[in-house]
Design a protein around this ligand. Sequence first.
Ligand SMILES: Cc1cc2nc3c(=O)[nH]c(=O)nc-3n(C[C@H](O)[C@H](O)[C@H](O)COP(=O)(O)O)c2cc1C
Length: 225
Amino acid sequence: MNKKLEFQKLTDAEMRTAAKNFYTKMKTRRTVRDFSDRPVPPEVIRNALLCAGTAPSGANMQPWHFAVTTDSKIKTKIKAAAEEEEKIFYEKRASDEWLAALNPLGTNQHKPFLETAPVLIGVFLKKFTFTQNGERLKNYYPYESVGIACGLLISALHLSGLATLTHTPSPMAFLNKAFARPKTERPYLLLVVGYPKNNCEVPTIDKRSFNEIVSVVGEQTENFF
Ligand SMILES: Cc1cc2nc3c(=O)[nH]c(=O)nc-3n(C[C@H](O)[C@H](O)[C@H](O)COP(=O)(O)O)c2cc1C
């Protein structure tokens, strides 16, 4: 069964303005590692999660679960477990090449933000969907789908005035226990959410130029942009 698409038609001028405004807002997003402990309105988190849930997904299987906590006891446990894994990562597991890539960011095994930030969202990837009668259905392109949902989530939080840190303590198996999620779900990333601390600093980094990340092929490539 189909239904009529609700599509907001814009004029060319409106489209140009909308695209420019969106980019202008999105380019101010930065990963924050120094959070204030100021609580955030739950409704803002809820709407950002609803936004994430609108993401496209392979065969519409929606292979994601978002586990939210503001509980200080849980956050303390997550911090301890993450720091344990990250200590091994920085001291043993990471290759020299990886450490060199991380060097400009100034990251290390200490993760105080996991306790300070008001909200942690554990994102879990579901390789399978279990129906009510116990049937196991395969989810298609779960990695791509969850990545897109996380992109929407990060964008929604940013546009709502909150900062995020995409954290991937490696390995992340401890997140299943911390967030009470079944082993059938794979921890995908840990999103740290809140306000930046006053005078928060971020690493000076560059984004690749347009020409580096985009190519145009086929006819009419000259002056396409
Ligand atoms: C999949 C992924 C994993 C990341 N893992 C970590 C992490 O574990 N710790 C961290 O401090 N930053 C992490 N980051 C943040 C990146 O370092 C950051 O996005 C990058 O340096 C670009 O900076 P920006 O987000 O401010 O543009 C991760 C980002 C992504 C997309």
